[in-house]
Design a protein around this ligand. Structure first.
Ligand code: Z5A
Length: 231
């Protein structure tokens, strides 16, 4: 039996998603948590949306090129849904079923925030697409990284350098403020699944905040992390 199987006692891996606005530090923090889980002998895969499977990576290229913006918010929502369907069925579900933990950089809350709250796509369409693509698959934990918009945009701009902003990086500052509000609302509406993380600190401090939440949420992990830390 794998370490994850032993710890969850269910034979199924845990599903943790990272959400938040531009430059919030999701990619940085997902890697730090993966390292921490590896040190605790937990098998985990790090993946992302849009993307994460070969078909979905093609869709990623399409949406970030801006084609979805030209087609309109509903069509763009369908593109994200098509990518998610492939990713869920080829990567996420099979990994969880094998007892592997899945750490995913963005998931269905991104559709709710970007296409729903910001794009004004009918919630009924978003819910219908969720039923088709994810069915009963909901994250065990969603970490919503929260950061003042100006700081997130500064971080993203510094990382981008001279490269051209992609489809979403090119949106207005007002867009990013509404996005932050949308994420805070999502976290507030579903406190059993979501935890708002103050991401306005250095990466190690944010990682410690996340580690604490993960340990609390999955008590089976605690002794192993402590064992590793004190080894
Ligand atoms: N999208 C959508 O509309 N609908 C959907 O359903 C889905 C997605 C799934 C994908 O973009 C876009 O698709 C996304 C939403 C939309 N739009 N945007 N923008 P992406 O995958 O290319 O990028 P992203 O998800 O937005 O992530 P990001 O902007 O790359 O940022 P991040 O992953 O949150 O941050 P990071 O890369 O870890 O850090 C950014 C920089 O800050 C980097 O240089 C770090 O070294 C630095 N950093 C990180 N943490 C810190 C701290 N704590 N202090 C200082 N500096 C830091």
């Amino acid at each position: 039996m794998s370490a994850a199987n032993v710890m969850t006692g269910t034979g199924r891996g845990r599903f943790i998603t990272f959400e938040g606005g531009e430059g919030a530090g999701k990619s940085t923090q997902i890697k730090l948590l993966a390292d921490r889980l590896a040190a605790a002998n937990v098998r985990a895969v790090v993946t992302r949306e849009p993307g994460g499977s070969p078909g979905a990576e093609i869709m990623r290229h399409l949406v970030l090129s801006g084609i979805g913006k030209v087609l309109g918010p509903e069509a763009e929502t369908l593109l994200f849904a098509a990518a998610r369907d492939d990713h869920v069925h080829l990567v996420i579900e099979p990994s969880l079923a094998r007892g592997v933990w899945v750490l995913c950089d963005r998931f269905s809350d991104s559709t709710r925030a970007y296409q729903g709250s910001l794009g004004k796509v009918d919630p009924a369409l978003i819910e219908a697409l969720e039923r088709v693509t994810i069915g009963g698959l909901h994250p065990d934990l969603t970490l919503v990284l929260d950061l003042p918009v100006e700081i997130g945009l500064q971080r993203a701009a510094a990382r981008r350098g001279d490269a051209t902003p992609d489809r979403f990086e090119g949106e207005s500052v007002a867009f990013h403020h509404k996005l932050r509000d949308a994420y805070r609302q999502i976290a507030g509406d579903d406190p059993r699944r979501c935890v708002l993380i103050d991401a306005n600190a250095d990466a190690d401090t944010v990682a410690a905040r996340i580690g604490e939440v993960v340990e609390q949420r999955f008590p089976e992990l605690k002794p192993l992390v402590r064992t590793v830390a004190s080894a």
